[in-house]
Write a protein of this length. Structure first.
Length: 199
């Protein structure tokens, strides 16, 4: 059902804002039975997101239901322990190709795996381990920082910014001698999902 409703990337990008609507899971669960359209700004932690989420229509409500259905299963998962020092070292290294990375707080979230998200001054990326390398996590964060940097420059669609960020990061990596490392990260991306090749 969600796959059919989220077949447009712009809608998908809007629906993903749901992750930032609440800071605490408990607060989100306390209003789970209230339609998004009926939520008051004081019932959420990021009221500025309500208009965009409401424009997403049924898709966001179905996503909220999916979150509720999966909550008991997620609660049983063990906490992930991460040695952040090697991640910080790698982030400092890739920052040479993504200078905007310096202004962000990086959060490691296991469910993201190879993906990342950016909003405000935070970048969320996957947790190294189970086949996901520290290098991939750092390059994904660098990509998200580049997306944010280019988004601030003008009025382009999310897809246009994504493509421009891929090209910009590739060019910057080449300029600072990190082209090979960047190419490894790039090889793991879903190019069928609309991302251009790095050539």
């Amino acid at each position: 059902m969600l796959a059919r409703l989220l077949d447009d990337h712009e809608v998908l990008a809007r629906v993903q804002l749901l992750a930032w609507l609440f800071v605490e899971v408990g607060r989100a669960r306390s209003v789970a039975l209230v339609d998004l359209a009926a939520l008051s700004p004081d019932a959420v932690d990021a009221p500025e997101l309500l208009p965009a989420l409401r424009r997403a229509g049924d898709a966001v409500e179905i996503l909220r239901c999916a979150v509720e259905l999966e909550a008991p299963l997620l609660a049983r998962l063990p906490r992930v322990k991460v040695d952040v020092e090697p991640v910080e070292v790698e982030l400092r290294r890739v920052r040479r190709a993504a200078p905007a990375l310096a202004r962000f707080t990086i959060r490691l979230l296991a469910p993201l795996r190879r993906r990342g998200r950016v909003r405000g001054d935070e970048i969320w990326v996957g947790v190294p381990g189970s086949g996901l390398t520290i290098e991939h996590v750092a390059w994904q964060a660098a990509h998200e920082a580049t997306v944010a940097e280019l988004s601030a420059l003008g009025d382009r669609s999310e897809r246009e910014v994504e493509h421009a960020a891929l090209d910009t990061l590739r060019d910057r990596a080449r300029a600072v001698g990190l082209e090979a490392e960047h190419a490894v990260w790039f090889s793991h991306l879903d190019h069928a999902g609309g991302r251009r090749s790095g050539t």
